[in-house]
Design a protein around this ligand. Structure first.
Ligand SMILES: Cc1cc2nc3c(=O)[nH]c(=O)nc-3n(C[C@H](O)[C@H](O)[C@H](O)COP(=O)(O)O)c2cc1C
Length: 176
């Protein structure tokens, strides 16, 4: 296949296609330089009017990770993560959810690209969103959009989640 920039395209596509949620982690740290790098990637996401409405909170403290696990019933595995990332967006910005979701996906892709594993834990509109915000001492002018648990995967190999076939999802010109 002809692509404009084969080097970048092939690498990018491989990372995107092999990304998968990881919910079990080894008791190993993620070095600070990688934490910075994945956050840099998060902050490169596109945003409406280039608003960049986000702030990111890095949680490494085990007690705080445990508290997050208690708050989020569907994210209890964060207790075993090396790092929890909290993604907050300006509460009064109309595209906060879209912008912070784009940053969250960038974050997950970068975590995977560096050989770590991660999983998105619901934040936006969840009953525990304010409790998480208060835990991190974030003012009400921000709202929680997502939580990401990350660490060294404690799973053998890669298990990709089954996805719906493109044939069922894509229409050319009109729905048919
Ligand atoms: C908005 C959103 C919220 C999610 N919340 C959770 C969650 O609370 N707990 C969880 O285990 N996974 C959560 N996930 C991860 C999805 O379950 C996962 O992405 C999906 O099953 C597809 O698997 P994959 O990531 O391996 O492709 C969430 C993903 C998104 C995008």
């Amino acid at each position: 296949m002809n692509v404009r920039n084969p080097g970048i395209a092939n690498f990018g596509v491989t990372i995107i296609q092999s990304r998968h949620s990881v919910r079990k982690f080894k008791e190993e740290e993620i070095p600070p330089e990688f934490i910075r790098k994945v956050l840099e990637c998060a902050s490169k996401a596109p945003t409406g009017r280039n608003k960049q409405p986000w702030i990111f909170v890095v949680i490494k403290n085990k007690d705080t990770l445990k508290k997050l696990a208690e708050f989020a019933p569907t994210g209890q595995f964060i207790e075993g993560a090396a790092v929890g990332f909290l993604v907050f967006g300006q509460a009064d910005w109309k595209f906060t959810v879209e912008d912070c979701s784009a940053a969250t996906e960038n974050l997950l892709l970068a975590i995977h690209a560096y050989g770590y594993g991660g999983c998105w834990i619901a934040g936006n509109q969840m009953p525990y969103a304010d409790a998480v915000r208060e835990l991190a001492a974030i003012p009400e002018t921000y709202k929680l959009v997502s939580i990401v648990a990350a660490g060294v995967p404690d799973v053998g190999g890669i298990t990709l989640t089954e996805k719906i076939s493109l044939d069922k999802l894509v229409f050319f010109e009109k729905y048919s």
